[in-house]
Design a protein around this ligand. Structure first.
Ligand SMILES: Nc1ncnc2c1ncn2[C@@H]1O[C@H](COP(=O)(O)OP(=O)(O)OP(=O)(O)O)[C@@H](O)[C@H]1O
Ligand SMILES: [Mg+2]
Length: 459
């Protein structure tokens, strides 16, 4: 059976996709699949010589040496893309978490209110994956029970304001042909978006699950208040709502308004990091991203061991595997050798750090910058005391023309970084004269931290 799987960014409306006939199914074009796809403005055809150089020869018949037709390394690289949502058989080591989550939202399949859930865990522990996976299964099981359910997904790192988030939810659950309601990308007031959302929900659904991923990136709790009280406040009458909040900031809950906290945190789950065996299985389950016999047998175990030792982060493990493949590709090597893993790890590490600090506040960055500067100028030490970090942090704030936060807030920021394994904290006793104190040490390479932070502020 031929399998077609192509991803491309959203197209501008005046473009269309035309699938050309397959005359040589044994040839692979572009994505490693036996199909050729080209994109060009509606109503036009591609210039023939845009596809082949030999005049009079059909592009499908000619062997054009301009493009590489066969990818010698990857058979289905999409399996290693971070946005790829693996199917059940490919989700490894999360049976308990999946069944706990399913249990919390189970009432939804009978049209009753699901529990509101907060999921915590370090980066790459499968939180987003499992939340989406359980939601999808919930929707289909509810359907079998005759209950009309759906879920909406909001990446709060992208939709940080209340208006953006409510627009995304309303747009996600809407079908204007069915509801007759229009949810424009922008231009409406927040309250109008809410009104449209409530109408859509009541009109179309019995139950809706709303996943607020990276919930800590929201500017404030306003939308949480609205969603958690929508039924009680009579905004929706026919539809039941459940909220699944996801965060990798363990202290997020402490910042929440008490009323929101009580209704939103009915159930809480913490996803632990993966161990080397689980990471190996996660990678093994995607080994068919590569052609047969391309992966050296020791490559995956080595990548798993490295990723587990450092963070137990599945995203990083998968990244390492993809980068190792790209290194083989770049070097025209026929196999993905174990030796490529070290180089791939470095690249994955930089990406991981970049991703970790994506959307973090300037002060959270200044604190890291202070620690990176201390580490770079003092060489290897077993860490720096809070007071020392705070001193440098204050200097950075002055340079940036920003008021510094209190020592207490900086301590909290350092704790958040420690939770994400960006830094490590150790307690020390200075004897009766000094009492106990904490030292902080970067776990990431200080020059990577400095580079990423500077590249970010320059952008
Ligand atoms: N148990 C698993 N089995 C298979 N793939 C997994 C598993 N856990 C995570 N992955 C993959 O690892 C990547 C990261 O997972 P996910 O996005 O769910 O992490 P996360 O906990 O949400 O991290 P973050 O806090 O950074 O958002 C994804 O590509 C996901 O498909
Ligand atoms: Mg996530």
């Amino acid at each position: 059976m031929l399998h077609l799987s192509i991803t491309y960014p959203p197209l501008p409306t005046h473009y269309s996709i035309i699938r050309l006939p397959i005359t040589h199914p044994t040839h692979t074009y572009f994505t490693g699949n036996p199909v050729c796809v080209s994109i060009y403005p509606s109503g036009t055809r591609p210039k023939r010589n845009a596809f082949h150089r030999k005049p009079g020869v059909d592009p499908m018949d000619a062997a054009d040496d301009l493009f590489t037709r066969e990818d010698p390394i990857f058979a289905n690289k999409e399996l290693l893309e971070i946005s790829h949502l693996p199917g059940e058989g490919r989700i490894v080591g999360r049976d308990d978490e999946i069944s706990d989550l399913a249990n919390a939202v189970n009432p939804a399949i009978f049209g009753q209110s699901p529990s509101n859930v907060l999921i915590y865990g370090k980066t790459g522990t499968g939180k987003s994956l499992c939340a989406k996976y359980v939601s999808k299964r919930l929707v289909s099981t509810a359907g079998e029970e005759g209950v009309n359910a759906t879920f909406a997904y909001v990446d709060c790192a992208q939709d940080t304001t209340e208006t953006q988030a409510v627009q995304t939810i309303a747009d996600g659950v809407n079908d204007p042909d069915v509801t007759g309601i229009n949810v424009p990308d922008k231009g409406l007031s927040t309250s109008t978006y809410y009104k449209r959302l409530w109408r859509i929900l009541d009109q179309r659904y019995d139950v809706v699950l709303i996943i607020l991923d990276e919930i800590d990136k929201l500017d404030d709790d306003a939308i949480l208040m609205q969603l958690s009280r929508a039924g009680e406040a009579g905004k929706i009458t026919d539809c039941k709502l459940g909220v699944v909040g996801i965060s990798n900031k363990i202290q997020y809950k402490d910042r929440m308004d008490e009323r929101v906290k009580s209704s939103l945190c009915e159930r809480e789950f913490v996803f632990p990091p993966y161990d080397a065996n689980q990471l190996r299985e996660i990678m093994q389950a995607r080994a068919d991203a590569f052609h047969d016999d391309v992966l050296e047998p020791s490559t995956i175990p080595r990548a798993a061991a490295l990723a587990a030792r450092e963070h137990g982060d599945a995203r990083k493990a998968i990244d390492i595997l993809r980068y190792a493949g790209e290194i083989a590709q770049g070097n025209d090597e026929p196999t993905v050798r174990e030796g490529f893993v070290t180089q791939a790890r470095q690249r994955a590490e930089t990406d991981r750090f970049r991703e970790l600090i994506r959307g973090s506040t300037p002060h959270s960055r200044y604190v890291l910058q202070a620690l990176a500067l201390l580490s770079l100028s003092n060489g290897r030490q077993d860490g720096f005391r809070t007071s020392r970090v705070y001193e440098i942090y204050e200097n950075i704030c002055r340079q940036e023309g920003s008021d510094s936060l209190s020592l207490r807030r900086v301590r909290d920021l350092l704790k958040e970084h420690a939770f994400l394994d960006i830094i490590e904290q150790s307690k020390h006793s200075g004897g009766s004269a000094e009492g106990s104190y904490t030292k902080h040490q970067l776990l990431e390479d200080p020059s990577v931290v400095k580079d990423v932070l500077t590249e970010d502020s320059a952008a």
